[in-house]
Design a protein around this ligand. Structure first.
Ligand code: PMP
Length: 404
């Protein structure tokens, strides 16, 4: 190693190569979304006009006028007791009896994923994921130094028969799943597969991280029971939830329901990370939940998302080339489409941008064997007439390039 002469200025240490960097394709698509007059099917953004800004403002006013000294003060890492009680009551109401003491409030579900990856995984541990899966979860696992193994999926989600062999070969520490209206595919895992997964986790000894930010956005009937509700696996399923899609993502509020040893580890890691999630935001949302009918609000959101999804699905046959396929989601925010052979959704993007419409190519969501023909279309951001206009622009882009 070279040393500068005594007192001489030497360069700073090298910055380590980035681990789990966001795919540049996705960064690009999201940057295009911000352009003026762009129709965006790209970001998974809730409809802004459905945010209950008046209700949320009233809650901030109330907590600041009644308890400013408490809500503007440092708070506990576990989370606001009133908020945890309200969340536990919602879980119990949905058939999963939960105690406030089993919950940890996090800064978005994303932080819960980061905490779980950072506390449970050692470098080299194997994490099995659906292929494709939520990209920012992949980043958490990669950051923790884990080895990600992709499990095959079909139009219902992860193929459980294939898992048995993967588990034998790789001895995973953790299986990561988005069971309801998955990001990016919109798939919902059927009840039977959930039961088989619970049994597999119980007999083969791995954690299941059940990440469910979209479960309350079901169009027609309630989403199937959480895997966490299966008594066989209750002590090894780590359930992650979010208020981003049910109230507003800017609040950055999520939660983790986990057995005490895991919750405790995460509390200690969170102490080191940010001490606690914003006390005033938590208090305002606890007040909001106590004084508003969230279920009535969600009923409106679901009806509007169904209307937008229906208009996207109705326009796709004319927008995409013949031979394209897509799923019909039962809720959530995404349609997953696949172009015919010879097409490439990454190469297509600059052409649709030129026409004023943007989507996210599907390839970056794959842990392995990326399918270049796939694309994720979010239907929640725009009103139906804008969706129709976006699809007309998409059709023009295809006309222009006449792929393949
Ligand atoms: N998990 C999944 C599957 C997601 O799609 C997202 C964000 N869209 C998150 C977690 C993070 O959500 P939050 O806003 O609560 O951090």
């Amino acid at each position: 190693m070279t040393r500068g002469p005594e007192g001489a200025v030497v360069p700073p240490p090298a910055v380590p190569a980035g681990r789990g960097a966001v795919s540049s394709v996705i960064r690009e698509s999201l940057a295009y979304s911000a352009r003026e007059n762009m129709v965006s099917f790209a970001g998974g953004l809730p409809a802004p006009e459905l945010f209950d800004a008046d209700g949320i403002r009233a809650s901030y006013d109330r907590v600041l006028s009644r308890a400013a000294g408490r809500v503007l003060q440092y708070s506990t890492t576990d989370g606001d007791p009133d908020l945890r009680t309200a969340l536990a009551e919602r879980l119990t109401g949905r058939g999963l009896p939960a105690e406030p003491g089993s919950l940890l409030v996090t800064s978005g579900a994303q932080q819960a994923l980061w905490l779980l990856a950072g506390t449970l995984l050692e470098p080299g541990d194997v994490v099995i994921v659906e292929n494709p899966t939520y990209l920012a979860a992949l980043q958490c696992f990669q950051h923790a130094g884990a080895k990600v193994v992709a499990a095959p999926t079909d139009r219902h989600g992860i193929v459980v028969e294939a898992l048995d062999d993967l588990v034998t070969r790789h001895q995973p520490k953790l299986l990561y799943l988005v069971p309801n209206f998955q990001n990016p595919t919109g798939h919902t895992l059927p009840v039977g597969r959930r039961q088989e997964l619970a049994r597999l986790a119980a007999t083969r000894g791995f954690w299941i991280v059940e990440d469910d930010p979209y479960g309350e956005l079901s169009f027609h009937r309630s989403a199937p029971d959480w895997i966490r509700m299966d008594p066989v696996a209750a002590d090894r399923v780590l359930l992650v939830g979010s208020l981003s899609k049910v109230i507003a993502p800017g609040l950055r509020l999520g939660w983790l329901l986990a057995p005490e040893p895991v919750r405790d580890l995460c509390v200690r890691a969170k102490q080191a990370l940010d001490l606690h999630t914003s006390a005033v935001d938590q208090a305002a949302v606890a007040d909001y939940l106590a004084n508003n009918d969230l279920d009535a609000h969600l009923k409106r959101v679901r009806a509007e998302y169904l209307r937008r999804c229906t208009s996207l699905l109705a326009g796709l046959p004319d927008a995409l080339p013949a031979g394209s396929t897509w799923n019909v989601p039962e809720g959530g925010m995404f349609v997953w489409a696949r172009l015919p052979a010879g097409h490439d959704a990454v190469a297509l993007l600059p052409h649709t941008v030129e026409q004023g419409v943007v989507y996210v190519p599907g390839a970056p969501f794959f842990a392995t064997d990326a399918d270049p023909r796939t694309m994720r279309l979010s239907f929640t951001t725009h009103e139906p007439d804008v969706i129709t206009e976006g699809l007309a622009r998409m059709a023009r882009a295809f006309d222009q390039i006449q792929q393949p």
